[in-house]
Design a protein around this ligand. Structure first.
Ligand code: HEM
Ligand code: HEM
Length: 197
């Protein structure tokens, strides 16, 4: 099948997929970097609040993406794909969405069952809506940690699956999620004088 006629996700779905993938990668690295900042220092409070704030914005973008996905049917999978692979793709996409939602949500809840709450971009203080409960905090913080690991694992499998499709099956699956290039101008008659076109 030629690249321009390959069935694709909508432009909005493609833009959101790549934007969110990039932002999640950065946010993941940011989270790991937090581990190196000593607890109880002003620098830690500053960077943790930045992480919380960017995480909330990414979470909202993920909700927007989920809303788009639920209202827009994805393009049909290649007919050559066996049933087990269709099921695996569906299951892994659902698992990716679950982790993408649960990760910022667990961080948000953890922040609200701690007296620290959230200081949005270190400017606006949002008072926590929950109790200051160390056990609850440990539970949601543990979930945040677990979902971060799970998401990293799922993304690794996701990328390996795409690589398999591209290199072994050679069915061009990546094109479904790749921005369409602007159509080349029709040059068939472009050398003719304007009055003869
Ligand atoms: C949007 C995607 C997010 C990603 C990919 C992400 C990723 C991470 C990672 C990898 C860590 C370090 C490992 C760990 O201890 O769990 C971390 C720590 C943390 N995250 Fe997030 N996070 C996200 C959103 C949020 C949000 C929305 C909040 C709160 C509103 C938040 C609050 C925290 C806090 C407080 C820590 C430090 C935990 C500690 O060291 O005790 N995160 N995050
Ligand atoms: C944080 C990183 C990533 C996340 C969270 C992610 C998540 C997702 C999700 C949830 C879908 C399903 C789309 C839907 O039906 O709504 C998807 C599809 C897709 N992703 Fe990713 N993705 C990531 C990175 C990547 C990377 C690096 C590649 C390229 C190697 C890639 C290639 C694709 C392709 C080709 C599809 C379409 C698959 C199909 O048509 O069945 N993704 N991605």
């Amino acid at each position: 099948m030629d690249a321009s006629s390959y069935p694709r996700y909508t432009g909005t779905a493609i833009a959101l997929h790549w934007l969110i993938a990039l932002l999640l990668l950065g946010q993941f690295a940011f989270g790991l970097m937090l581990e190196d900042i000593p607890r109880g220092t002003p620098a830690r409070g500053y960077y943790v609040n930045l992480h919380k704030s960017s995480g909330i914005l990414i979470g909202l973008l993920i909700l927007l993406r989920l809303g788009w996905r639920l209202t827009h049917r994805p393009p049909p999978l290649p007919a050559s794909m066996p049933a087990w692979q269709r099921h695996a793709a569906r299951f892994s996409h659902i698992a990716l969405y679950v982790c993408m939602i649960a990760l910022p949500l667990s961080g948000y809840i953890a922040s609200n069952v701690s007296r620290h709450g959230i200081k949005f971009f270190n400017v606006v203080r949002w008072a926590p809506w929950g109790p200051d409960d160390k056990q609850l905090y440990a539970l949601f913080n543990g979930a945040h940690h677990l979902f971060a690991l799970l998401l990293a694992l799922l993304v690794a499998v996701h990328v390996l699956a795409v690589a398999k499709h591209m290199l072994i099956d050679r069915d061009g699956l990546l094109l479904r999620m790749w921005p369409r290039r602007a159509a080349a101008p029709d040059r068939t008659h472009s050398n003719l004088p304007v009055e003869n076109r």
